[in-house]
Structures are given as structure tokens and as C-alpha cells.
Design a protein around this ligand. Structure first.
Ligand SMILES: [Zn+2]
Length: 421
């Protein structure tokens, strides 16, 4: 599946209508979730019946397109069965029963309730929420796909406006690699990553750079009176600053991962417990700022695109071991060089990267890591040994787009990621 995202141009009335639609879809979701909690083990059929009852009971639910309501129901059902699946497979890490949403940002339409303009630069939502016609900003080529392939249309609210996402049912186009290298990657805080060939990619530290402005914007919120328009505006400014940082991070991770997969036939990286690391409060901000999980997700996506083998290895002694003789050379986090009795003198991370590559090649690692079979990125906090081997591959829930360059496209959506080349 490919997701194409456009920015929507809408007036005040339309944005209100969209908010209303989003709120309704959230209402349906929460109601259905409550129903599931009260009636354990209800099937899909009962949920649909309950949905119909909701539509009969509440006029504002009836106003939303019926398939959009169904989509909410399906999402709940999927979330619950995923939870039980995870429990049954005793997947390590945190699991939780789906929660009630209070700040939903997205409404999902299926194949009805909307219509594309023949030029495909406009979309009309035809249900009784009265959203009407929206102009689409973006340079994606939705023209190249027949309308039947568009399976879902989402309206997503972000800090800087509304976005329309089209989920198109096509496969990833593959590209050819430029080189066939082999590389081990060690991610770190000093550098974004260090590879086994001695290359260091700078850590861009987007949040650190924007921190001052963000803090300033945050303080401005509190100087405005509560409940007033100015306070709302100040909050918007603050949110947009964060949005910018998250887009920068994602774009960076995307670009770097693409370059690696394009030039290498074999990539080994270290399985990191990001969730666990973030809990270390002194490093939390720095760690979140490097966006390892995004980097990893994009490695997996690009691995498919360039037919690169991406392998994850468990992180034991990769930084302590000597890469030439195998002795353990104890060092603390602040020791930046690795020097061994055998005469091996390397930068700490390079030594680790070489170890990672060797380890992956000797053990075979966990091929494909979590990529497509098992819901992505969430696995970062867990050992892949369980996750990748005993779960049947299934159609991925997360979908990845790719396509032409577009100044309007950014990624990080609800659970959708985009590629901009
Ligand atoms: Zn040595």
C-alpha cells in the first residue's frame, strides 16, 4: 500500500465540519470500545449491529458516511484482536488494551462518501457533515493510479492544517542498488551512526537547535490569558514548532536510511532498547532527538525497495569487545577510543560497528528483523528473537508511500509514513 498525502485548503466552515467528522468518528470508536469491554467476546457482526443502532440513536452519527463509521468499528476490532494476539503469543514488552481516545486527529473514509474531481486536484466529501469540496495541494501523481485502487481516504488534522491521505493499493517499486557493500552500523549520540568502514554520520540534533525557540513559544502560552483566542494561537505556534522538528527528524532518518540501503547489499545494525533507554531521564531528550526508531523503520522499508538484506543483532558486548582479537576491553560511556593490547586502536563506535557486522555474519542475525511481518517499530523495545521468528508474516498494517518529489509531503502521520526523494 502506498499513501499519498496532500495538504487540503479549507475555509473556516469546512474546518469546523472536518473537526465534527473527526469527533464523530472518535465517538463511534469509543462507544464501540465500551461495548466490547462490557460484552466480552462479541463478534464482528454484533459490533456492526451496534454501529447501526448508534446511527439510529444519534443524528450526528448518522450524518457521517456509513462506511466511515464502519471503518471506526473495524479499527477498534483490529486493535482488540491485536491486543489478544500479543498476549497469546506472550510478546515481550508492554501491551495494553485499547484505550478511549479523547483527542483523535483523523477520520477515515472507505471507498464511498468522497469523490475526486476529474482533474484530481479537488476532492468532494458528500456525506451530511457538509465538508464539501477541498482543494488539494501537493505534487503527487495520483493520476497514475486508477480510482478503484484507492481503498481509503483519511482526513488528518495537524498543527498546521488538514491533510488528505489516499491509501492506494499497489506494491513497492523496486530500484537497483548502486553498490554491493557490506556494512555494520552502530547508532550513538555523538554521531547519528558510525559504520564499520570508519564513516561517521553527523547527528543533526534538530531539537537541540530549535530548543530555544520552542521554549520561548512555550512560555508565551502561559503569558496569555486562559480560554482566550491569543492563548489558542500561541499554543498553535508552539505545536507547529514541534511539528517542524519531528518532520526534520523523519526526513533526515529517511534520507540516511535510503542512502545506506542504496549502496549496500548487507546491512547489520544493533538491536536497541530505545524505550528502555529513553527512561534514562538524563539522556531521554538526546535519544528521542536522534530518532533511531524512525531510522530503523526506514531501513526496513528501503531494504525492500533496494533488495538489501537488513539484519539486527542483539547488543551484547558490541562496544566492549575488541574487533580484531575478541578480548573484552572494558570502557565507560565517556571513553571514546578503543585501544587493545593487541595493538588495535579504533574509534569506539567504529569498533562496535565492526563487531556488529561480524556478529551478524557469524550468527545470521535475525533476518528482516521485524519489518513487514510483524507490526513495525513497536518492537524496538523487545528482543527480536521472539518477534521475528514465530510470527507468521501477514499483510502489513503500516503502509509506506514513495513517489515523486513534493514540497508538500511530510511523513509522520497517525501510522503512516511517507518517502520524499
Ligand atoms: Zn585486541
Amino acid at each position: 500500500m502506498l499513501v499519498l498525502e496532500y495538504k487540503a485548503v479549507c475555509n473556516q466552515r469546512q474546518s469546523k465540519a472536518i473537526d465534527e467528522a473527526i469527533r464523530t468518528s472518535q465517538f463511534v470508536r469509543n462507544k464501540v470500545l465500551r461495548y466490547c469491554m462490557d460484552n466480552r467476546g462479541v463478534g464482528k457482526k454484533e459490533l456492526y449491529q451496534y454501529n447501526t443502532a448508534l446511527r439510529a440513536e444519534y443524528a450526528f452519527v448518522k450524518d457521517l458516511n456509513s462506511h466511515a463509521c464502519q471503518a471506526s468499528v473495524e479499527n477498534v476490532e483490529r486493535a482488540i484482536s491485536r491486543f489478544f494476539d500479543n498476549c497469546k503469543k506472550s510478546k515481550p514488552g508492554k501491551k495494553g488494551y485499547p484505550r478511549f481516545k479523547k483527542d483523535a486527529r483523523c477520520v477515515e473514509y472507505k471507498t464511498s462518501g468522497w469523490k475526486l474531481h476529474p482533474t484530481r486536484r479537488r476532492i468532494t466529501f458528500s456525506d451530511k457533515k457538509n465538508i464539501g469540496e477541498l482543494k488539494l495541494l501537493g505534487k503527487w501523481d495520483i493520476h497514475t493510479y486508477p480510482a478503484e485502487l484507492i481503498k481509503r481516504v483519511r482526513i488528518v488534522r495537524r498543527a498546521d492544517g488538514y491533510y488528505i491521505q489516499f491509501c492506494v493499493k499497489v506494491d513497492i517499486t523496486t530500484e537497483t542498488r548502486t553498490e554491493n557493500g557490506e556494512v555494520g552500523l552502530d547508532v550513538g549520540l555523538e554521531y547519528f551512526y558510525s559504520d564499520s568502514n570508519g564513516y561517521h554520520e553527523e547527528n543533526p540534533r534538530f531539537l537541540r537547535k530549535a530548543e530555544k525557540a520552542i521554549k520561548h513559544a512555550q512560555r508565551r502560552i502561559y503569558s496569555k490569558e486562559k480560554g482566550k483566542n491569543n492563548r489558542r494561537k500561541a499554543r498553535g505556534r508552539y505545536a507547529r514548532k514541534h511539528l517542524k522538528v519531528s518532520r526534520q527528524r523523519e526526513e533526515h532518518a529517511k534520507r540516511v536510511a535510503r542512502n545506506i540501503c542504496k549502496a549496500n547489499a548487507y546491512v547489520a545494525y544493533e538491536e536497541l532498547n530505545v524505550k528502555g533507554l529513553v527512561r534514562n531521564s538524563r539522556l531521554a531528550k538526546s535519544i528521542s532527538d536522534v530518532a533511531w526508531s524512525a531510522f530503523r523503520r526506514w531501513l526496513e522499508y528501503n531494504a525492500r525497495k533496494f533488495n538489501t538484506q537488513v539484519v539486527a543483532v542483539p547488543p551484547h558486548y558490541t562496544s566492549q569487545k575488541c574487533s580484531s582479537c575478541g578480548n573484552i576491553v572494558k570502557k565507560t560511556l565517556s571513553t571514546r577510543t578503543h585501544s587493545c593490547k593487541c595493538g588495535c586502536l579504533l574509534q569506539r563506535d567504529v569498533n562496535a560497528a565492526i563487531n556488529i557486522l561480524c556478529k551478524a555474519k557469524s550468527t545470521g542475525g535475525h533476518p528482516e528483523s521485524n519489518a513487514w511481518g510483524v507490526g513495525t517499530s513497536v518492537l524496538l523495545g523487545e528482543t527480536l528473537a521472539h518477534a521475528s521468528c514465530d510470527v507468521e508474516p501477514r499483510i502489513p498494517r503500516r503502509v509506506f508511500p514513495w513517489g515523486v518529489s513534493s514540497s508538500w509531503f511530510w511523513c509522520k502521520g497517525e501510522d503512516i509514513y511517507g518517502v520524499r526523494f
